[in-house]
Design a protein around this ligand. Structure first.
Ligand code: 13P
Length: 245
């Protein structure tokens, strides 16, 4: 049984004060009907881990593809676990587009994250042009193919996939529940082709303009196991609305 996960990707937003406000707001909400995770910028990870308490997981938005050494500006996975993070987002479309992350880099980072005991939230998704040309599913398949061929079944227990169509990120244009479900079903079929039980246990999140008003319909789709939320995760009431959806 896959438990719904609602994850807030704060991107390059927040401050010490906002980290406190957001996490105390989530904590004060008490029991929520889903797993909850937040992904603050690096400087606030320790603070978030302390403020999150037992029930909220904290993760980073990125990690290095190396373990240590002369990589100025990079942060290694074992540093993330060292400060109490338990998850990391890998291959977000902003990193693929703006920082040139390839599927190869995504695989390396995922491998390192798993080896450090972190859950890797690996992002995939097509651009508008790719969708319009009918290639959405093919793009996602390519983005997942190295992970499917290189990671072991045990590794996969530490992986969550987030399907985030690039055209729906920060645009206010959400994929319809049917569009999102179709790609999620495709991803689950790819997992099933490799291993049925992997397909049954792996959580698949949808991301792209998720808000309290559309979360229930998205999350009720058979293969959507929660959301990776950007903008709406910076507003406690809105984020809690999504968690309760
Ligand atoms: O990129 C996202 C989460 O990782 C989605 O962002 P928005 O929810 O702001 O569209």
């Amino acid at each position: 049984m896959r438990r719904t996960l609602v994850a807030g990707n704060w991107k390059m937003n927040a401050s010490r004060a906002q980290t406190e406000t957001l996490l105390s707001g989530i904590r004060d909400a008490g029991d929520l009907p889903c797993d909850v995770a937040v992904f603050p910028p690096y400087p606030y990870l320790s603070q978030a881990v302390e403020a999150a308490g037992e029930t909220v997981s904290v993760g980073a938005q990125n990690c290095a593809d190396q373990t240590s050494g002369a990589y100025t500006g990079e942060v290694a996975c074992d540093m993330l676990s060292d400060v109490g993070a338990s998850m990391v987002i890998i291959g977000h479309s902003e990193r693929r587009t703006l920082y040139g992350e390839t599927d190869d880099v995504v695989l390396r980072k995922t491998r390192l994250a798993i080896d450090c005991g972190l859950t890797a939230v690996v992002c995939v998704g097509e651009t508008l042009e790719q969708r319009k040309s009918g290639n959405a599913e093919a793009v996602v398949k390519t983005q997942l193919s190295l992970l499917l061929s290189e990671l072991s079944d045990t590794d996969w227990q530490s992986v969550v996939i987030a399907y985030e169509p690039v055209w729906a990120i920060g645009t206010g244009e959400t994929a319809t529940p049917e569009q999102a479900q179709a790609v999620h079903a495709h991803i689950r079929a790819l997992l099933a082709a490799r291993n049925e039980s992997l397909a049954a246990s792996t959580r698949l999140l949808y991301g792209g303009s998720v808000k309290a008003a559309n979360a229930a319909e998205l999350f009720s789709q058979q293969d959507i196991d929660g959301g990776l939320v950007g903008g709406a995760s910076l507003d406690v009431a809105e984020f809690l609305g999504i968690c309760r959806a």
